[in-house]
Ligand binder design. Structure first.
Ligand SMILES: [Zn+2]
Length: 247
């Protein structure tokens, strides 16, 4: 069994063949944590968890959403559905799309609301960080919070630091095409690694749609980099994810 800790199967890219995609994952022994974002994504994600027994929900909002009303509603929906979900996220900081200093400050304020919510509801956090890893790791360390860093974008030294702080580093399906991510895998111990597709994005084959079964290729590549058997990667990453999400 493998666990894809981050996918967006509620996205329209899967409207034509969602059942088939999820069935393929099920046949391959892949369970999925679907990341439902904002009011629409949350409703769709909860519906998926009702329909399929290999899908779990993580609910959050993109850090580039600044509408207070949308953020309030998202928080309310997470509270209402506390017992139907396994995590809060993705939430976090995005400095790639948000360059203005005052807006970055607002991102940090919004992020803190979700950190507080995760403490209140006792749910783990899945983090979106783009070009914001240093600030993010500092904020989390100050509050002694351990998270999954979804699609970790930092370099190997930063990944090592994150792993030392107790975070899990999530490795996406485009590992084979990314020297940066291969260096991260090399640097970080297996106890700190989980797998994700971020489907429909980050496909191992550029410009094609990604889907959860592709994490098998990620596990194979990690086995090659680490010089261990595939089974070892499967067992370790699944155990890391199960422990984190209390599955
Ligand atoms: Zn995502």
């Amino acid at each position: 069994m493998l666990i894809d800790v981050h996918a967006h199967l509620d996205f329209p890219q899967f409207d034509a063949d969602r059942d088939a995609v999820i069935e393929r994952a099920k046949q391959a022994g892949v369970a999925i944590i679907n990341s439902g974002l904002g009011t629409t994504g949350i409703q769709k994600t909860l519906a998926l968890t009702e329909k399929y027994d290999n899908i779990y929900a993580s609910l959050g909002i993109t850090p580039t959403e600044f509408s207070e009303k949308e953020i309030d509603t998202t928080i309310e929906l997470i509270r209402q559905n506390r017992d139907r979900i396994v995590a809060i996220g993705e939430v976090g900081l995005d400095y790639y799309w948000v360059k203005e200093e005052d807006k970055r400050k607002q991102e940090a304020i919004n992020f803190q609301r979700f950190i507080d919510l995760s403490q209140e509801l006792r749910l783990p956090l899945v983090i979106h960080s783009r070009d914001a890893e240093e600030d993010l790791l500092r904020i989390l360390k100050e509050q002694n919070i351990k998270v999954i860093m979804h699609c970790f974008g930092g370099d190997a030294p930063l990944a090592t630091k994150a792993a030392k702080d107790g975070h899990l580093i999530s490795i996406p399906a485009n590992l084979a095409n990314s020297k940066q991510k291969q260096a991260v895998v090399k640097a970080v111990p297996l106890e700190s690694i989980v797998l994700e597709t971020d489907a429909p994005y980050l496909s191992p084959v550029p410009k094609t749609r990604n889907e959860p079964i592709n994490i098998r290729q990620t596990a194979e590549k990690i086995a090659e980099i680490k010089g261990v058997k595939y089974d070892v990667i499967e067992a370790a990453t699944t155990q890391n994810a199960k422990k984190f999400f209390s599955l």
